[in-house]
Design a protein around this ligand. Structure first.
Ligand code: B30
Ligand code: ZN
Length: 267
């Protein structure tokens, strides 16, 4: 990672990264009236081992976001499967997109409405062997997206990450943090065991904008406290960007297909 792109002029990304001008780009504005019906009997999306605590966890300021990675014992890396996905997708990293103020920040919009922050949990399809290879295939990646709204109670996962923020204020800094399970990022606003997801075929929202992502956007909102948003905004991004959300892209005939139930297994 490095300062190879910035958010000053995202319309120029296709000059250096042709895929950014493609036909299945992300993010998009989701119009609820256009979302297909939930088909009965559809297989749910499964999150597996989101309750497993890793051996090590690292946060990195890569100049365009703060990224969380981890190392789990063999066989304990979190995965997702089911729903629109064929096969099993392994957790790679999670990161955030935010804005310069609380009225903007999410990448996806719902009925033209922005949220202050969006979390992306990135997974790659196991059968491709590694994430780099998976990124070359139209079904290689699956990203769980959580639009988050401001709440009195802080986000538990972000709270763990914040402990290391002082060490990664500058781009390309990394630091170890106390390991915790990914389930710490679950919305704590509601305790329901299942939630719905919007799904559509799209891309990475940053260069190279590879058109390899099955998007799964949680209908249930995540929660974040205002002081947590402020701590993200204090991290320095490349080119002095004060936001890292790409504008919405054309649908180009894609359907945001039916939304699906998700089940949390052994969380
Ligand atoms: S997103 O979830 O659509 N925002 C990547 C993964 C998910 C999304 C965007 C990008 C990704 O894997 N990008 C390529 C790898 N990056 C990784 C990095 O750490 O930061 C290298 C790069 O861009 O070329 Cu800088
Ligand atoms: Zn992202």
């Amino acid at each position: 990672s490095g300062a190879h792109f910035d958010y000053g002029n995202p319309k120029d990304w296709p000059k250096d990264y042709p895929s950014c001008g493609g036909m299945r780009q992300s993010p998009i504005n989701i119009q609820l009236q256009d979302v297909g019906m939930i088909e009965p009997g559809q297989q749910p999306v499964y999150r597996n081992r989101y309750g497993a605590k890793p051996k090590r966890m690292t946060i990195t300021n890569n100049g365009h976001t703060v990224q969380l990675t981890g190392e789990w014992q063999k066989g304990y890396t979190p995965t997702i499967s089911g729903g629109p996905l064929n096969g099993t997708y392994q957790f790679s990293e999670l990161h955030f997109h935010w804005g310069s103020n609380n009225f903007v920040g999410s990448e996806h919009l719902i009925n033209n409405h922005s949220f202050p922050i969006e979390m992306h949990i990135v997974h790659w399809k196991e059968t491709y062997g590694n994430k780099t290879e998976a990124t070359k295939h139209p079904n290689g990646l699956a990203v769980l997206g959580y639009l988050m709204s401001i709440h009195k109670s802080p986000n538990r996962g972000l709270k763990m990450m914040q402990m290391g923020f002082q060490h990664i204020v500058e781009p390309s800094r990394s630091t170890k943090i106390d390991p915790f399970p990914l389930s710490f990022f679950d919305p704590n606003v509601s305790r329901q065991k299942t939630a719905r997801y919007f799904t559509y075929p799209g891309s990475l929202t940053t260069p190279p904008c590879s058109e390899s992502v099955t998007w799964l956007l949680s209908v249930r909102l995540g929660n974040i406290a205002t002081h947590q948003l402020d701590s993200l905004r204090r991290l320095r991004l490349s080119n002095h960007d004060n936001h890292n959300n790409r504008p919405t892209q054309q649908l180009n005939g894609r359907s945001v297909s039916s939304y699906l139930e998700i089940q949390f297994s052994n969380a």
